[in-house]
Every structure is written in structure tokens, then in C-alpha cells.
Design a protein around this ligand. Structure first.
Ligand code: ATR
Length: 302
């Protein structure tokens, strides 16, 4: 017990010892925030490239969101990432918003500059980079199926629409959410986007005809739950991208592999959405491979 405490203290001292009066502060806000691996990933990256920055988790309660943002401005904080449940809730407090964050309706990266808060969204680009760096091309003239209709699905549907896929189907447990999201995004983009329930009779054919299938539904975290689509609907050569990163190989990915599909796990999207934020705050290229290894370690995947 005593030995553990000594080691823990050494580790804390190690991280804190480089902080000076000049150190710049970034961080993440969420409720909860304890699960976030972003502090490890960003602090390792700052240290690697020799930037005098520190990345801090801020547990902000819903009633304190406005005060926290005002406090960040007042304290000269450079920027924060935004995680659950605030990606949409921060929007009314922004002074400026990027076109993409406005289209997604959510911001996951804030920049505090000259007393103003700018909201950006790096989830869509992180999703696309995760795919590219896994060695896969988007099926530009093809169709995609997105499972889920929450914030992540929205960012991914925007990414796919921006890349001009021919058609996108959003399938969700709660049909009305999929239909509403599809209607909103097809209005705002020129892409054919439709919504349906996971119990829709057209789902098997939609899965079979989609060159890209993206899962965003958190049900994928639980390996004991039944799959949301049936393995036999999957056709070889289609790409199955599960953005859930714990476990690294979800049941959906395992099944997709046995059906001969190409598969992509969610760690890349997590990594790249963070790396893009890092670059926005620092104007320095992030050390991607180190950040990937740090994330894998933090998630117990190494
Ligand atoms: P995120 O911001 O990561 O997208 P979210 O907004 O909580 O997270 O969305 C989670 C998605 O997973 C939702 O689409 C949810 O479906 P509902 O809209 O019907 O709630 C989906 N989801 C969660 N658990 C599920 C389950 N057991 N079966 C099917 N879908 C599930």
C-alpha cells in the first residue's frame, strides 16, 4: 500500500513538474469525464513535441456549463474538447461556429481567442481520416448505412454527405430519430438520405446493398447483446466500420470478418478527432503514432 502511494506520487510529480507560469492550458469538459483517455493522449503528445501545454479533465455539472465556459475565457485557457453530454449544449454559448459544426449541430472542440469562443467539430474529419489511414477508400458513387441516430451518427452522416456519397440510410432503434435526422440532413445537403427503424423489412437488402456500413450504436460495446444486423445480410467486400473502440474488436467486426468484409475499428476515429484538435490549438503537427500507442495503453489494449 505504502509502496503504491509512493509510486503514484512520483508519477503525479513527473507530470506536474514541467508546469510553469507560461504553461498553456487545454482540456476536456464532460459529465462524467473520468473515463476520458484524451488527457493521456494529449499530454504524451505535448511532451513528445516539446510544447509547453498541459491537458486537464474538467468535470462540469450541467448547471455550471455557462459559468465554466466564462471561467475558461477569463483564465486564458486555449481550448477544450467537449464530450458527453455537452456537444450540442455548448452551441448557444459560442460566439462563432464552423460551417461543419453548424451542420452537425454539435461542437467537440472549442477555441478561446480574444475573448471569443469558436466551436468546431473534428468528429466528421476524424471519422474520414480513421478510414483513410486504415487503408480504405470511401465508396464515392456508392451507398452507406449508418446504424444509430445520435450525435456520432449525425457527424458521420455529415462527413459522408460532404464526400458526396450517392445515398445514405440511417437506421435506428427509435425510428422517429432516424427519420428526423435523415430529413434534416437531406434538406441541408444535396444527398439522398433516408431514415428507417432497425425493424424495417427493407433493412436486410439495405445492408446487402451498402458498400459501407458504419455502426455508432453503443449497444456494440456489450459483446453479450445480440447484433443489430444479421451476419448473413453482409456481403463480402463491403466495409464494416464500428466506431465503438472498447472492445477494439467488437462482435460486429468479428462477424463481418468471417463474412469476408473489410473491417475498421473505432480507435482511429478517436485518435484523429483528437489529433485534429491538437493541431487547431497548437498549429503543430501531432505525433500520430505516439498518440495511437498512448491511447491503446490507456484503453488497456497493449
Ligand atoms: P453518440 O453521441 O455516441 O451517438 P448517443 O447520442 O447516446 O451517442 O446515441 C447512441 C445511439 O445508440 C442511439 O442511436 C441509440 O438508439 P436510440 O436512439 O433508439 O436510443 C443507439 N443504441 C443504444 N443502445 C442501443 C441498443 N441496445 N440497441 C439499439 N440501439 C441502441
Amino acid at each position: 500500500m505504502r509502496k503504491w502511494k509512493t509510486n503514484a506520487r512520483k508519477r503525479v510529480d513527473h507530470y506536474a513538474s514541467h508546469i510553469t507560469g507560461k504553461t498553456k492550458i487545454v482540456g476536456v469538459i464532460g459529465d462524467p469525464v473520468e473515463h476520458s483517455c484524451s488527457p493521456q493522449m494529449h499530454n504524451a503528445a505535448f511532451s513528445d513535441v516539446g510544447l509547453d501545454y498541459v491537458y486537464v479533465p474538467f468535470h462540469v455539472r450541467p448547471a455550471d456549463l455557462r459559468a465554466a465556459l466564462e471561467g475558461f475565457k477569463a483564465c486564458g485557457i486555449i481550448g477544450v474538447n467537449v464530450t458527453v453530454p455537452y456537444k450540442q449544449r455548448v452551441i448557444p454559448f459560442l460566439d462563432q461556429i464552423s460551417q461543419e459544426a453548424a451542420l452537425i449541430g454539435a461542437a467537440n472542440t472549442l477555441i478561446f481567442e480574444q475573448g471569443k469562443i469558436t466551436g468546431e467539430n473534428t468528429d466528421a474529419s476524424g471519422f474520414l481520416k480513421g478510414m483513410k489511414h486504415a487503408g480504405h477508400e470511401l465508396p464515392r458513387n456508392g451507398s452507406a448505412l449508418v446504424i444509430g441516430a445520435g450525435g456520432s451518427a449525425r457527424a458521420i452522416a455529415v462527413a459522408l454527405a460532404r464526400e458526396k456519397l450517392q445515398s445514405i440510410v440511417i437506421a435506428n432503434r427509435t425510428t422517429s430519430k432516424a427519420v428526423a435526422l435523415a430529413a434534416d440532413l437531406s434538406d441541408k445537403t444535396s444527398v439522398d438520405i433516408r431514415g428507417m427503424g432497425l425493424d424495417d423489412a427493407r433493412l436486410p437488402d439495405t445492408v446487402s446493398m451498402s458498400q459501407l456500413i458504419v455502426n455508432t450504436a453503443s449497444a456494440s460495446m456489450d459483446i453479450t447483446r445480440p447484433l443489430l444486423i444479421r451476419p448473413e445480410w453482409l456481403t463480402p467486400q463491403s466495409i464494416v466500420y464500428d466506431i465503438i473502440y472498447t472492445p477494439p474488436e467488437t462482435r460486429l467486426l468479428k462477424v463481418a470478418m468471417t463474412q469476408g468484409c473489410h473491417t475498421i475499428g473505432g480507435l482511429g476515429m478517436l485518435l484523429y478527432q483528437g489529433a485534429i484538435a491538437f493541431e487547431k490549438w497548437t498549429q503543430v503537427s501531432p505525433p500520430i503514432e505516439l498518440m495511437r500507442r498512448t491511447l491503446q495503453q490507456a484503453l488497456g489494449q497493449m
